[in-house]
Structures are given as C-alpha cells and as structure tokens.
Write a protein that binds this ligand. Sequence first.
Ligand SMILES: [Zn+2]
Ligand SMILES: [Zn+2]
Length: 106
Amino acid sequence: MQEKYCLNHRDVAAVGQCHQCHKPVCGKCLVTAPNGKFCSPECQKKNQNFKDGYKEPKLHGPGLVSQLAGLAVGVGVLMLLIHGGVRFLGLNFLAGVDMIGKVLGK
Ligand SMILES: [Zn+2]
Ligand SMILES: [Zn+2]
C-alpha cells in the first residue's frame, strides 16, 4: 500500500484526496462538502464554480435574460389574473384586453 502524507502536514498520513486538485490531505485538513472532499475551501469553491459554470456558462448575460424572462412571465401571470379577475367579476371585459394590448404592443 502506498503511503501518502497530507500536503500541509508532511508527517501526518492522508485520509483522503482532494476532489479538485487530487492532493492528499489529512483528516484535519479535509474539507467535506456536498460536492465532494477537498484540501481547502478554495478547491471546494473552484469545484462548485466549475459545476455551476457547467449549468450556466455565463454569469452575467443569462442572469439578466432570465431576470427579464422572469419579469415577462410575472407580468403575463399578472395580466392573466387581471384578465381572469375582470371576467370573473363580470366587469368590463374589454378593459382587460385593452391592458394586455398596451403591454404587448408597447
Ligand atoms: Zn485541492
Ligand atoms: Zn493536514
């Protein structure tokens, strides 16, 4: 069996390997996170960022787009609620249509 020692403590046997940089670490240095075991919080973050980056390649662009999309969906749902509310209450049906037309047609 190959003996490995902690990268921070040369005289302490390693109990695991960093999931990110594959360096051996002892029980004291080992950082356990939901995404694996790491030699340091930095490596844990790196691995987390890598995984997050895989899901969402750009942090700023899609964020704004999804925010706008969320806003659009929110406005759409609100419009539907107003529209439905107007219809349900038996109020002027055309008022709801007019409001949607204003929003969609700018
Ligand atoms: Zn590491
Ligand atoms: Zn150590």
